[in-house]
Write a protein that binds this ligand. Structure first.
Ligand code: CA
Length: 301
């Protein structure tokens, strides 16, 4: 029987203080039911931003205890299927997003999703469901689900979609996986601060890699590995993504720093995940033809 985490089983922070009610063994398939990033509070376009309870945004369904996961391991989450609703919501408000200085009307929009397309006024956009928040508990303290870090969290990476594999470093026994914040579609940057936010259902398979883990969350999609770095500003996030990519190339190809740095200029793509969350996100994409997964994972001490 497939483990199913119901959509009222939610957390607003990643922390080891939560006692998990659901457990899975490596290799098992698990379904997470999720509510949208606004906690389902935007039911139609008449909802005002003042009426939203901001303590109820960015919920993540979980946590799930993965049997056998210990600090120093890697939790692999294979995204098998993402089902989204036939309705999505998006909002803009002054002070938020990539253009926080602009003056304009706070606006909420409800978008119809049908036939593999999202309708935005006259424009139709291909559906590409993705997971905004996915992470594990940190070793200490508590990270709100609205931010991101080494543990994952609100990474808003458009590549976290059906068919991708997410590798998360494990910091606590059981890993304590949680996810939510589905987007029917989101472009890199997530400029206005929201995407096509929707409730839904995610089917994943969890696996463990014992005794080694990545420095940052890694997303494997298509022919690439992406290192998901973060920072209070884009420069810091780009620095971290670059530093780790060079280090991975050094290990993969037995290169000195100088050669790996030059090679990174030729084969590593830096891309922006989002510019609007408390931690900005940049990823370094490395083609799989140059590195194997083992080069992205470090033995635990
Ligand atoms: Ca998000």
């Amino acid at each position: 029987m497939v483990v199913r985490l119901p959509r009222d089983y939610i957390i607003y922070s990643f922390s080891k203080r939560y006692v998990p009610k659901y457990r899975a063994t490596p290799g098992e398939v698990v379904i997470f039911e999720t509510i949208d990033a606004f906690g389902g509070q935007i039911v139609d376009e008449s909802v005002t931003l003042e009426s939203i309870d901001w303590s109820k945004v960015n919920p993540a369904t979980g946590p799930l205890y993965v049997e056998g996961a210990s600090p120093g391991d890697t939790l692999l989450v294979e995204i098998e299927e993402i089902k989204v609703s036939d309705k999505a919501v998006i909002m803009v408000a002054p002070g938020f997003g990539a253009l926080p200085d602009k003056e304009f009307r706070p606006t909420v929009k409800v978008l119809e999703v049908a036939g593999g397309k999202v309708r935005f006024g006259k424009v139709e956009i291909e559906v590409r469901p993705m997971i905004g928040v996915i992470g594990v508990a940190p070793s200490d303290g508590e990270f709100p689900t609205g931010t991101s870090g080494y543990h994952g969290g609100n990474m808003d990476v458009a590549l976290v979609t059906t068919g991708s594999r997410v590798y998360l470093p494990v910091f606590v026994e059981g890993a304590l996986l949680a996810l939510g914040d589905l987007h029917v579609v989101q472009a890199d940057g997530e400029l206005c601060v929201a995407a096509a936010e929707t409730p839904g259902e995610v089917r994943v398979r969890v696996e463990l890699i014992k005794g080694k883990r990545p420095k940052y969350p890694i997303v494997e999609f298509g022919d690439r590995f992406s290192i998901i770095a973060f920072g209070e500003d884009l420069d810091t996030a780009a620095y971290r993504a670059s530093e780790e990519a060079v280090s991975v190339l050094m290990r993969a190809l037995s290169l000195g720093f100088e050669e790996a740095y030059m090679l990174a200029s030729l084969v590593v793509d830096l891309r922006i995940n989002q510019v609007v969350d408390p931690m900005k996100g940049v990823r370094a994409e490395i083609p799989k033809k140059y590195v194997r997964l083992e080069h992205l994972l470090y033995p635990s001490i």
